[in-house]
Design a protein around this ligand. Sequence first.
Ligand code: GRF
Length: 193
Amino acid sequence: MVPSTGYNKTRTAVFISGTGSNLKSLIKFSKTTKSPISIDFIISNNPKAMGLNYAKKFKIKKKVLNFKNKILSEKKLLSVLKINKIDMICLAGFMKILSKNFIKKFKGKILNIHPSLLPKYKGLNTHKRALNNKEKYSGCTVHFVNSRLDSGKIVLQKKVKISKNETEDSLAKKILEQEHKLYPKAILKVFNL
Ligand code: GRF
């Protein structure tokens, strides 16, 4: 990605479905001078997503689209993003799969964070599967989004050691803490900063 010209940061939308802790870390990062992005829109497929509260707290526009009719929701989504001059998308715990057509329209401009060391453990229940397989390490990955699930080019990864008495919850917590640091770092890397 090339940073926006002048003093303007690249206008970014964050897509969420739940708690939004990664959204919060991205908002904080976006307010620092070194950030090449500003967070200007929050999209959620879930009207009850806790992360939507950050819209009010940080005065960011938001929209809920239920994705029950994907074609229709994505049509509305594209129009909202266009009207708001959004040029980059960060998926952060967004539980819906975007269509090929949508991804094509934002080619090379959609990032996702995934709680495993990709290409291992694509999809759901990553921590459970890593523990069942007696892995010594897990971690998180920021990658570009392409039309195959969790398969786009990897930007950055952070390894996390799995301890002896690790549970799904403790591992999730440990990895999430790293996610909050990794996503901003990955954005800097994408912008060659
Ligand atoms: C994170 O672990 C992320 O990697 C995964 O879903 C979780 C979202 O957490 N895709 P939050 O909503 O950012 O707190």
